[in-house]
Design a protein around this ligand. Structure first.
Ligand SMILES: [Mg+2]
Length: 367
């Protein structure tokens, strides 16, 4: 092998329309119908939409009002997170039949490193097929998968034959696959970044590859380095079985906008209590406290303060959050408040990664 770093076999498994599919599974009357998991109220947001609803342009994170306008037949179903967690556990135990290197991204998504696996199966493609079959047997639900040499490509690939499909990008196909990939499909490129890329004349991976590391760094900061590497098939991030959180937070959206400071302080106290509970549960402390304020006109304001010592104590967090609240005049009535703690005592220094050109073409590698 001529590669400068170990090649891995990574699978990204992603359940299809997860929350919505669970609801259709548990309630046959909802099957084949356009449904949205989430609240139907004025402030409701779609957490997940069934494929029938997606045909009408209903998407997750869309306001329920807009969703209903797009699809008048839309049926709203309340989220049942306990049930989703229960199924998520079943899915994870399927993963563990194959490898212990499982990195969950959310309840319904995970990366698996099957380079060496408990079944001794050299084909990641066949393992993905088996896993999807096992998930179907265990839960009655469909999953899709992407298979390739790193997390970035596996993640992008799992979307390609969705729903209920999978896509392998073999080592020798990687560079061409990335060259052909539309820039907005690059994982990590959101709407804002995509617009910026277009302005710079970057529409595909091929365009991206013509730009120097310096050029990308200049326009995209730290992310520039990431874009420079991933388009060359380089993404050295390992599948991390236990994800170390970068921050821990709690927040609340209110049914009525708050304009009285007394009510805000009351809510801050509740939020700090919740945050305190989460910190204690994971035995975490941090140095940076951030207060998040969303106004009734949806503008977002965050204010932070970094201390010289670690705190995890509710009273200290609340005091700092209050201080941040009073720091400036409130611009408007408030619809959401949140407190988070970052700069955690769990953070480890990441190893410096050096860029190398991936030599993938000559590789003989069983996929
Ligand atoms: Mg999913």
């Amino acid at each position: 092998m001529e590669s400068n770093f170990p090649l891995r076999k990574i699978i990204h498994v992603d359940m299809d329309a997860f929350y919505a599919s669970v609801e259709q599974l548990d309630n046959p009357k909802l099957r084949g119908k356009p449904i949205a998991v989430g609240g139907s109220s004025q402030r409701g947001v779609v957490a997940a939409a069934s494929y029938e609803a997606r045909k009408f342009g209903v998407r997750s994170a869309m306001s329920s009002v807009l969703a209903k306008r797009n699809c008048p037949e839309l049926i709203f179903v309340k989220a049942r997170f306990d049930r989703y967690k229960e199924i998520s556990q079943k899915i994870r135990s399927v993963f563990f039949e194959y490898t212990d290197l499982v990195e969950p991204l959310s309840l319904d998504e995970a990366y698996l490193d099957v380079s060496t696996n408990k079944k001794g199966n050299p084909s990641a493609t066949l393992i993905a097929k088996e896993i999807r079959q096992r998930i179907l047997e265990e839960t009655g639900l469909n999953a899709s998968a992407g298979i390739s040499i790193n997390k970035f490509i596996a993640k992008v690939a799992s979307d390609i034959n969705k729903p209920n499909g999978q896509k392998t990008v073999n080592p020798e196909e990687v560079l061409q696959f990335l060259a052909d990939l539309e820039i907005r499909k690059f994982y990590g490129v959101g709407k804002v970044t995509a617009a910026k890329m277009y302005q710079l004349g970057i529409f595909t991976g091929k365009d991206l590859k013509t730009k120097s590391a310096d050029f990308l760094g200049e326009h995209f900061g730290k992310s520039g380095h990431y874009y420079f590497n991933v388009v060359r098939g380089i993404h050295t991030s390992e599948v991390k079985p236990h994800r170390i959180p970068k921050s821990v937070g709690a927040e609340r959206t209110f049914n009525e906008n708050l304009s009285s400071e007394i009510f805000m302080l009351e809510r801050l106290d509740q939020i700090a209590t919740e945050l305190d509970r989460r910190l204690k549960k994971s035995d975490i402390a941090g140095k940076t406290i951030t207060l998040k304020i969303k106004y009734s006109d949806f503008t977002l304001n965050t204010r932070s303060k970094t201390l010289t010592y670690f705190i995890s104590d509710k009273d200290l967090i609340l005091e700092t959050a209050k201080e941040l609240l009073y720091q400036e005049e409130l611009q408007n009535s408030v619809r959401l408040l949140g407190i988070s703690l970052a700069n955690l005592n769990t953070a480890k220094k990441e190893k410096t990664k050096t860029a190398q050109e991936a030599i993938l073409v000559q590789l003989k590698f069983d996929f």
